[in-house]
Design a protein around this ligand. Structure first.
Ligand code: AIR
Length: 174
């Protein structure tokens, strides 16, 4: 039986028209460069919170960013109830174009710290007053501020979601 010759290489000869496809990015940084200037609508700030019950306070951060024309996204995810979701969100945040994460939680407020454990983006924690908080929210304030050396979380005041947004805006401008 006659042997069928292998198909010709898809790479065109120099000067023959279609340019070769761009190289596939090998690293996350290369991938980010490919998206430079393209994803103009990609959110730059991620606002996350431990429960839907945190929304009335945390939406003040969104409002402040909106007034400043800073594109953001809002997600509810609990460090204790949805640990895998939080880890995945934080790990992908930089690649998705986010530059700052604002994380609010009440009670044993692990969310900002867990996010900071999975990303090197700046994380601003918002301690929240919850229905069963003790000492006026001191529980979440300490849980957020008392991070171990090497894993920093910026911490604003109790329920100070708007300040978190102002700080995020300053970080983006820096
Ligand atoms: N929370 C949720 N998962 C872990 C923590 N620390 C917090 C929420 C909320 C509080 O627990 O951020 O402030 C009460 O949540 P819920 O859903 O019972 O209203």
């Amino acid at each position: 039986m006659e042997e069928v010759p292998a198909p010709a290489s898809p790479t065109p000869a120099p000067g023959s028209g279609t340019p070769p496809p761009p190289p596939v990015p090998q690293t996350e940084t290369e991938m980010e460069h490919q998206f430079d200037g393209l994803e103009v609508d990609a959110p730059r700030v991620g606002i996350v919170m431990g429960s839907k019950s945190d929304m009335p306070v945390m939406e003040k951060a969104g409002k402040e960013l909106e007034e400043r024309g800073i594109h953001h996204e809002v997600r509810v995810m609990s460090a204790h109830r949805d640990p895998d979701v939080v880890a995945e969100y934080a790990r992908n945040a930089r690649m998705r174009g986010l530059r700052v994460i604002i994380a609010g939680a009440g009670l044993a407020a692990a969310l900002p710290g867990v996010v900071a454990a999975h990303t090197d983006l700046p994380v601003i924690g918002v301690p929240l007053l919850s229905r069963t908080s003790v000492a006026g929210g001191l529980d979440s304030l300490l849980a957020i501020a008392q991070m171990p050396p090497g894993v920093p979380v910026g911490c604003v005041g109790v329920d100070a979601a708007r300040n978190a947004a102002v700080l995020a805006a300053r970080i983006l401008d820096a």
